[in-house]
Write a protein that binds this ligand. Structure first.
Ligand code: ADP
Ligand code: MG
Length: 351
């Protein structure tokens, strides 16, 4: 028996609001007495967006940038809107012509395809047909565990080599070669959206601020003079209001977390994430949360999802081989709480 326990967005928003209120810790032990951090937040892309800065003017300018960039990302990459470029690309799957896409679309696809190959298909932006079979992405949940045959048929549509991308400095086009194929950037779009805001902010000379989209954070400068970054909390997946550790985000670094505690299905009493193993078409079990610190938001977001699917050993290998500057932390879905880290993450953690 499968029981869908996907929470409604309102509940998530309320929850995230609570969580994000505790997420940023103002570190330190020395004077001068702290100026208040200004936090501005609003609902965006199905979650809570927020900007923070000690300087109110900076926070306000950053919010204006973020409103524009997040709206642009929704128009391009939303999996929920019929009128997004992504929806158009998916509608044309198996058709004759390629669909014109933006530079951003092309960039996010290239990163996703790279992580797909590096993770041996564990991460895969073409997994949407399988997600729908399991009742995610707005589909009706199945009454029983789907058959292997049905799952394999959907998985066969998730071949990254069946996407044709034509990318040059002035034209970007994409074509999904087979009918039924569907792209879904749910695992990376929020981190990428944060990067777009971060880049615009840099261009405009803004600094000493933090951008947050549903727990995808990226640091500009530092929280206060001398702090050398932004100290952020890593949440305990089993206790909403507790942190398991803190990590300092240095200027330009980003952090993302993938978890099984907000959206999941329960199969025979076992909690399964809204994240599917792209190699087996099965929902991932056994991991409660994975946090990744990386050099940019899209990479942190993609890697947190990829590492959620891979075994810890496979994940460590992926990081070592392709992202040696990234930090990773795993929390298996077992009690009592256990934390696994890469050595560079361990060196950076504050407990
Ligand atoms: P969240 O949406 O909670 O921030 P993630 O960044 O980990 O979490 O993204 C989860 C989303 O990624 C899912 O809702 C789905 O759209 C997509 N997804 C699920 N499984 C995979 C996978 N194996 N590869 C790529 N994307 C996936
Ligand atoms: Mg992700």
């Amino acid at each position: 028996m499968i029981r869908l326990l996907e929470k409604i967005i309102q509940t998530q928003l309320k929850f995230l609001l609570l969580v994000s209120a505790t997420l940023i810790i103002t570190a330190g032990c020395s004077p001068p007495p702290p100026a208040r951090l200004n936090r501005l937040q609003w609902a965006s892309m199905g979650t809570i967006a927020a900007v923070q800065s000690g300087d109110l003017d900076t926070a306000q300018q950053l919010r204006t940038l973020a409103l524009d960039e997040f709206a642009a990302v929704e128009r391009e990459l939303s999996g929920w809107s019929e009128s997004s470029t992504l929806a158009e690309v998916n509608r044309h799957a198996g058709g004759e012509g390629a669909v014109p896409i933006s530079q951003s679309f092309s960039e996010i696809f290239k990163l996703s395809a790279k992580v797909t190959r590096e993770s041996g298909g564990a991460f895969n932006p073409l997994i949407a047909p399988v997600l729908r079979i399991w009742g995610f992405n707005g589909a009706t949940p199945p009454a029983a565990t789907p058959s292997t045959e049905v799952l394999q048929r959907a998985l066969a549509l998730a071949c990254i080599d069946d996407v044709e991308l034509t990318a040059s400095s002035n034209t970007n086009m994409i074509r999904l070669l087979r009918s039924g194929m569907q792209l879904d950037f749910g695992a990376v779009a929020k981190g990428y959206a944060v990067d777009l805001v971060w880049r615009s902010a840099r261009e405009q000379g803004l600094t000493d601020a933090l951008i947050d989209l549903g727990g995808n954070l990226r640091a500009l400068g530092e929280a206060r003079p001398g702090r050398e970054g932004w100290l952020t909390g890593i949440r305990d997946p089993f206790h909403d209001s507790r942190l398991v550790a803190k990590v300092l985000l240095r200027d330009g670094e980003a952090v993302a977390t993938s978890g099984n505690y907000e959206r999941f299905v329960e199969i025979n009493g076992e909690r399964c994430a809204h994240i599917i193993d792209g190699r087996t078409a099965m929902p991932v079990k056994g991991m409660a949360a994975v946090t990744v610190v990386a050099q940019d938001g899209a990479t942190a977001d993609a890697l947190s999802t990829a590492l959620f699917v891979l075994s810890v050993e496979e994940g460590k290998k992926l990081i070592q081989e392709h992202y040696p500057e990234s930090l990773a932390l795993w929390i298996p879905d077992v009690q009592p709480l256990r934390i696994i880290t890469t050595a560079p993450m361990e060196a950076r953690l504050q407990r």
